[in-house]
Design a protein around this ligand. Structure first.
Ligand SMILES: CC(C)(COP(=O)(O)OP(=O)(O)OC[C@H]1O[C@@H](n2cnc3c(N)ncnc32)[C@H](O)[C@@H]1OP(=O)(O)O)[C@@H](O)C(=O)NCCC(=O)NCCS
Length: 135
């Protein structure tokens, strides 16, 4: 999806990351206008259930964010979205060290630890850097 989906992504991000680092429609529009940035939205019927945002530069793709609406979790949507991006080749991402559900999901998708970014998030918490093992 293109820049027109920025408000939809912002709404899904808000409900998913409530109380955390929420990105607004302006931020999504700016990201989507950049080269190599791509959003994929998962639908359940006509309902947007989640999305993944990635950015590809040369042969490396970064997962910028992944969100599944709380009403649609544990149905394989997150895994499907990650597997979609994995088709691009080498993929990396940052995930909060305390984010157990995401850590399990990425491990099941074949990601391995590649490093630690201390104080990566606004609240001072650390991020684990993960890289795909499919290449
Ligand atoms: C993390 C998140 C994307 C998972 O989405 P989901 O659609 O519920 O995940 P899936 O149903 O595809 O689950 C994939 C695997 O992760 C595991 N998993 C998912 N949620 C889990 C949880 N709460 N606890 C433990 N494991 C979990 C499942 O065991 C599953 O493995 P399986 O397919 O072998 O059973 C979702 O919880 C979410 O949006 N969280 C908030 C936002 C976030 O943390 N995004 C990632 C930031 S990098």
């Amino acid at each position: 999806m293109g820049i027109e989906c920025a408000p939809l992504l912002a709404a899904l991000h808000e409900v998913t990351f409530r109380g955390g680092e929420v990105w607004d429609a302006t931020s999504f529009a700016a990201l989507l206008s950049g080269q190599g940035t791509e959003a994929t939205v998962a639908l359940i019927g006509h309902d947007p259930a989640g999305f993944i945002l990635s950015r590809t530069v040369l042969d490396e793709t970064e997962i910028l964010t992944l969100a599944v609406h709380p009403d649609f979790r544990c149905r394989g949507i997150g895994k499907s979205l990650v597997q979609h991006v994995l088709q691009k080749g080498k993929v990396f991402l940052e995930v909060a060290v305390c984010n157990k559900p995401a850590a399990v999901l990425y491990e099941k998708c074949g990601f391995v630890k590649a490093g630690l970014r201390r104080g990566y998030y606004r609240d001072g918490s650390d991020a684990q850097v993960l890289v795909s093992s499919n290449v």
